[in-house]
Design a binder for this molecule. Structure first.
Ligand SMILES: [Zn+2]
Ligand SMILES: [Zn+2]
Length: 263
């Protein structure tokens, strides 16, 4: 419902990552799968989760006598270990073992180094498309005699730095992930409670806003987004204030809000 409300094109979603099987993290999924069916999706959909999600989804499909018009591909992973789930031309996605009441993993999205960029201002109007493609590989373009036709550094700019994003929810304070998410461009970290409820956070294996900010500081994140707030907090500004006192570049994760990373 929220994806529709914020006009996210759901047919573009090809992979879905579920951190753990507490209901607040997957109960909307079956509805989304049926929406995709109603939209006559044809391409396969990959679902990643700790073991058990396939049983839950398949049981719902079975008892509603539903056959989806696209293929669902389940990938279950062991959330206690770091594992690369996706590795393609542009990025890798790996699990981050978290500390929670149920087996739970976050996800680290890392872009791969990017190719050099064509400097459009310097491009000659008669240059061939294949020469542009070759310049993007970082090489000089030679003519048939082996003489340099286009020197790479004259026509290209340095690549933009690859970006990274760590999604960490739900978790208690988790020292063991600091190295894995070191220098991440954006850290999403749960902040279920405020520090005055630290005992409750420890008991339920959640974090406080202050702990989320301490984690951002310890791992050298460039930006922190906090979310997963307990329903007891009507106002979220105090959670933000608690976090920014420790780590300044913090924002509240508000549904529908677009967060752009510097590139
Ligand atoms: Zn949970
Ligand atoms: Zn949760």
């Amino acid at each position: 419902m929220q994806l529709t409300r914020f006009e996210v094109p759901i047919h573009k979603i090809s992979h879905i990552f579920i951190s753990h099987l507490h209901g607040d993290h997957y109960l909307g999924l079956t509805g989304l799968l049926f929406s995709m069916h109603m939209q006559k999706r044809k391409t396969e959909l990959h679902l990643y989760s700790p073991p058990g999600l396939n049983e839950i989804i398949l049981l719902q499909l079975k008892h509603s006598k539903s056959v989806l018009c696209y293929d669902l591909i389940f990938h279950s992973f062991d959330p206690t270990e770091q594992k690369v789930l996706v590795d393609n031309n542009t990025l890798t996605i790996e699990t981050i073992p978290l500390v929670h009441k149920l087996p739970c993993a976050g996800f680290l999205f890392k872009e791969k180094p990017k190719p050099r960029r064509i400097d459009k201002e310097k491009l000659k109007p008669n240059i061939l498309l294949q020469h542009i493609a070759y310049l993007k590989t970082g090489n000089d373009v030679l003519d048939e005699q082996g003489k340099i036709l286009y020197r790479n550094e004259d026509f290209t700019l340095a690549p933009k730095p690859p970006l990274s994003y760590a999604y960490c929810s739900d978790t208690a304070w988790n020292e063991s992930m600091i190295e894995q998410i070191n220098s991440v461009d954006l850290l999403y970290h749960e902040a279920t409670f405020m520090e005055e409820e630290i005992a409750k956070a420890v008991e339920t294996k959640h974090s406080t806003a202050r702990q989320a900010a301490q984690m951002a500081k310890r791992c050298g994140a460039k930006k922190l987004l906090i979310g997963h707030f307990s329903a007891r907090y009507r106002e979220l500004e105090p959670l933000l204030a608690e976090a920014t006192a420790v780590f300044l570049n913090t924002s509240l994760a508000i549904e529908g809000q677009l967060v752009e990373l510097a590139s």
